[in-house]
Design a protein around this ligand. Structure first.
Ligand code: AP5
Length: 214
């Protein structure tokens, strides 16, 4: 299955995409994760990406499109993929159509996880990430067994730089301005599966599975 997970920051795209990876055995392609790797590089591109992300803005389309194009060409995408956090603008969506047409592939569905702004801030401010293995937690909804310590590898749990309140507000603003128009874009193409994201992680997953028939 070739899928897109769409929704505002903190809607649960990453959480749900990982569950579907386990079920379907197809890779999750998170542009956020790829760009977080890039920003660690000591290169002009790494510095540029770091600055943009720390302000909650979008990385330029041409950079992200190139990254996705290369990633979709890898053999593990042969049976399908879940794009998490891409596309985020209409030009990105149009570029994706071209890339998929060249690869003779088609999108099967766009899973749109709908969550209101107040809930997004609550979720993001409680998110903690393992600095070693990247495993994600939430201080209330998915706490680690020992506070501040990763269950999986024992690494230290930290708050993402762009999860600070001021940056989160900017990310939501950018989402509403640049990404929200994609809901209409994919609705018109008959691909949109709208999911109510205000429910437990398990219930949201059940709704996604039902909507996809898996
Ligand atoms: P990215 O990493 O994609 O961030 P995002 O879209 O803002 O997504 P998040 O990871 O914050 O949220 P999510 O929806 O995945 O929620 P999650 O499952 O983690 O992008 C970061 C930055 O990279 C961007 O700001 C931009 O600069 C750049 N970038 C990335 N892609 C780009 C692109 N295409 N173009 C240009 N720039 C790009 O859940 C959040 C929290 O809530 C977690 O703690 C989780 O445990 C909890 N939670 C999840 N579900 C539930 C639930 N049902 N109930 C209670 N808690 C829940």
């Amino acid at each position: 299955m070739n899928l897109i997970f769409l929704g505002p920051p903190g809607a649960g795209k990453g959480t749900q995409a990982k569950k579907l990876v386990d079920l379907l055995g197809i890779p999750q392609i998170s542009t956020g994760d790829i760009l977080r790797e890039k920003k660690r590089e000591d290169s002009p591109l790494g510095h540029k990406v770091r600055e943009i992300m720390s302000e909650g803005k979008l990385v330029p389309d041409e950079i992200v499109i190139e990254i996705v194009k290369e990633r979709l060409g890898k053999p593990d995408c042969g049976k399908g993929f879940i794009l998490d956090g891409f596309p985020r603008t209409i030009p990105q969506a149009e570029a994706l159509e071209k890339i998929l047409a060249e690869m003779r592939k088609q999108l099967d569905a766009v899973v749109y996880i709908d969550v209101p702004d107040e809930e997004l801030i609550r979720r993001i401010s409680g998110r903690r990430v393992c600095e070693e293995c990247g495993e994600e937690y939430h201080i209330i909804f998915k706490p680690p067994r020992v506070e501040g310590v990763c269950d999986k590898c024992g690494g230290k749990l930290i708050q993402r730089e762009d999860d600070k309140e001021e940056v989160v507000k900017k990310r939501i603003e950018v989402y509403n301005e640049s990404t929200a128009p994609l809901v209409d874009f994919y609705e018109k193409k008959g691909l949109l599966k709208k999911i109510n994201g205000v429910a437990s992680m398990e219930n949201v997953f059940e709704s996604i599975k039902t909507s996809l028939g898996v």
